[in-house]
Ligand binder design. Structure first.
Ligand SMILES: [Zn+2]
Length: 656
């Protein structure tokens, strides 16, 4: 089966053309565990043969014999990576998830091997020496590839090259382990009804009970977040918070700290002062100093607001817990969400439990898609053309509204399951790019979220911030499908890391607009749209707690920059220190947030600041182009066109 798969995929990738999902990744969602591993190994052999061919072209290098062969290899890699490793995030079969991680290790090793091939580097170098004139993506490809070779030290001596290669392999393995530990976390906590005082009936009725009738809570978002916001019992929130920030503490703390040491060692081998210098060189920010300055400046501007907000929640806590006027109020980490929710409810008249009733998942999904159709001139229809990996996996086809031209396909998998990826994210399973024989590959994206399930008495209802998350991830999905690169490495969201969030952050603005909210809401019992007074209260509440919440993001970004600016680190100690300094309340004692901070091994190392950074740009785009014109098709279309050359745009902006 493995060889058949490989043969078919490679042939199709070469041919391209047609009007369907050419690779039909989905046909292989039910691959057996051994077949997944076998296919990964078989592809490794094929890939190394291609490398040998490229290396052999060194004497008479041409675009076709060197670069084009490598671009085909990039594309094969992308698609096989999806087929063989993506099941680790969605499969219901534990054996398959394990095999997909095994395949991930094989392919990560292979990726490092390919990127460290000195003979292939020499062939590229020889091609560059021919000074052939290149344009557009071809020119960028050559520049980028040579740059990447230098960034793994291929221009250095053999001993250094080998050291860098070993470090890169080890880092890849550690990253896979870290995310496996997080996804497979099965921690459960049990509480009596009294201990869950304040939790709504629809929440309780959706929980499992143990033999003594206690309620079972996991640390997945649909359990953790509502308890932190609504539970009246501080001790329950404390237990949840401690468990949440202790996830994988024993397994992932050593992993993160080893990653920090290895990244620093590599940076030094390559002649950089720190890993942060190594990373930011290629980002819009250019230097860690710029990043630190940016975070400090933003933080300083927010401090007065944060102070005011902290005073407010302290006053609420004093009242809630009847603390005498003569005593100080100490804020604990498990108080924050609870009192922030109270601020929204009491000062902004926003009761999220009430508002949620107007956001049944089905209505939101339909409304959201209709909005995207209007803004970006798309047509989105459910389709049976893609294979599903689970009953809850919904599949859609997207085409251009006017021309009817197929743009791509996507999967939507919205509820948590045991072993499923536990955050919200979007994957580009198949890139939008040209194939070797002049056809085009149809892009396929996958959106995974973890929204609450329906209960016996109500459909799945989304909190407003979940609607925002949905809007955000959907933006990544459409960005994947609407880009039109020639080469796979420039397709979809493969743009600079501190730019990549911009398109979806910009689109989040729609969930704060009355007309958009009306289109996405209908009370689950009466069908009534979100009433005017709730809408205006909700929109006003957008600024609620902005100081405290943004400082939290600054904490994450500062932590990430700091650990990647030093040779080694005690993550728990540093996090606790920065938390008190930046957020002005302590981290939970004896926990380590870093152990579950998946971004650190998910491609955001020394780059978490990108979320805040691109928010500045996305606010600019929204204010100058869309504000007051959120359903203007002409502006939306222009915006969509821009995605085609998104990374060039990012570079231009930086030069301003
Ligand atoms: Zn995002």
């Amino acid at each position: 089966m493995a060889t058949a798969l490989l043969g078919e995929v490679l042939t199709k990738l070469k041919r391209g053309g047609g009007d369907g999902p050419l690779i039909e990744c989905g046909r292989w969602w039910d691959m057996s565990a051994p077949a997944i591993v076998e296919a990964a190994k078989a592809f490794s052999d094929t890939a190394l043969e291609t490398c040998a061919k490229i290396a052999a072209a060194k004497e008479k290098p041409t675009w076709d014999s060197v670069c084009a062969l490598k671009t085909q290899l990039d594309l094969q890699f992308h698609v096989l990576d999806s087929i063989l490793t993506f099941p680790q995030h969605v499969s219901t079969n534990e054996e398959v998830r394990k095999a997909a991680r095994e395949a991930d290790k094989i392919l990560s090793d292979l990726r490092v091997d390919i990127s460290s091939r000195h003979d292939v580097y020499l062939a590229f170098q020889a091609f560059e020496d021919t000074k052939q004139e290149l344009h557009g993506e071809e020119k960028r490809y050559l520049d980028r590839t040579l740059r990447d070779y230098r960034r793994v030290g291929l221009h250095l001596d053999e001993e250094t090259r080998n050291k860098v290669k070993e470090i890169n392999k080890r880092c890849a393995t550690l990253g896979i382990q870290l995310s496996e530990n997080l996804s497979e976390d099965k921690t459960k906590l049990y509480f009596t009804k009294d201990q869950l005082q304040g939790m709504p009936d629809d929440f309780l009725s959706g929980l499992n009970n143990d033999s003594e009738g206690k309620f079972e809570l996991t640390l997945k978002y649909p359990h953790y977040r509502p308890v932190m916001r609504l539970c009246q019992v501080p001790d329950t929130r404390k237990r949840m918070e401690n468990a949440f920030t202790s996830r994988c503490i024993d397994t992932n703390t050593p992993i993160i700290e080893e990653l920090v040491r290895l990244r620093h060692e590599k940076a030094q081998l390559l002649g950089y002062k720190t890993h942060a210098h190594f990373i930011t060189e290629e980002r819009m920010a250019k230097t860690p100093e710029t990043v630190v300055e940016f975070l400090k400046d933003l933080g300083n501007r927010l401090t007065p607001l944060q102070d005011k907000e902290l005073e407010t929640i302290k006053a609420l806590k004093r009242e809630q817990e009847s603390i005498a006027a003569s005593d100080d109020v100490a804020l604990n980490p498990w108080d924050i969400s609870f009192y922030l929710n109270k601020v929204e409810k009491e000062q902004f008249q926003v009761d999220h439990q009430k508002i949620k009733e107007y956001f049944p998942l089905d209505t939101v999904t339909k409304g959201l898609m209709a909005i995207y159709e209007d803004v970006l001139s798309l047509r989105i229809e459910e389709t049976a053309a893609l294979e599903k990996w689970h009953d809850e996996d919904m599949t859609f086809k997207v085409s251009d509204k006017e021309s009817g031209k197929l743009l791509g396909y996507f999967h939507l998998d919205l509820h948590p399951r045991e072993g499923k990826y536990s955050h919200a994210a979007c994957w580009g399973l198949q890139p939008s790019c040209a194939t070797a024989d002049g056809g085009r590959l149809v892009p396929v994206a996958a959106l995974l979220c973890n929204f609450s399930r329906p209960t016996d008495s109500a459909p799945a209802l989304l909190l407003h911030d979940e609607v925002e998350t949905f809007f955000h991830e959907f933006g990544h999905g459409m960005h994947q499908l609407c880009s039109l690169a020639q080469l796979a490495i420039f397709a979809g969201t493969k743009v600079e890391r501190d730019f990549v969030e911009l398109p979806s952050q910009m689109l989040e603005n729609w969930v704060w607009e009355k007309d958009a909210l009306l289109r996405m809401s209908a009370h689950y019992q009466t069908g009534e749209k979100l009433p005017d007074e709730l809408i205006s209260a909700l929109i006003k509440s957008r600024v609620a707690n902005a100081g405290i919440l943004t400082k939290r993001q600054i904490l994450y970004a500062t932590f990430d920059q700091t650990i990647h600016s030093q040779p080694e680190v005690n993550t728990a100690e540093l996090f606790a220190e920065l938390c008190t300094e930046i957020c002005r309340y302590p981290a939970s004692p004896n926990t380590n947030f870093a152990a579950s901070f998946g971004h650190l091994a998910g491609g955001y190392d020394a780059q978490y600041y990108g979320y805040l950074w691109s928010e500045v740009f996305s606010a600019d785009v929204y204010e100058t182009r869309f504000k007051g014109h959120i359903f203007d098709t002409a502006i939306g279309r222009e915006y969509r066109e821009k995605w085609k050359q998104a990374s060039q745009q990012a570079k231009k902006k930086n030069k301003k």
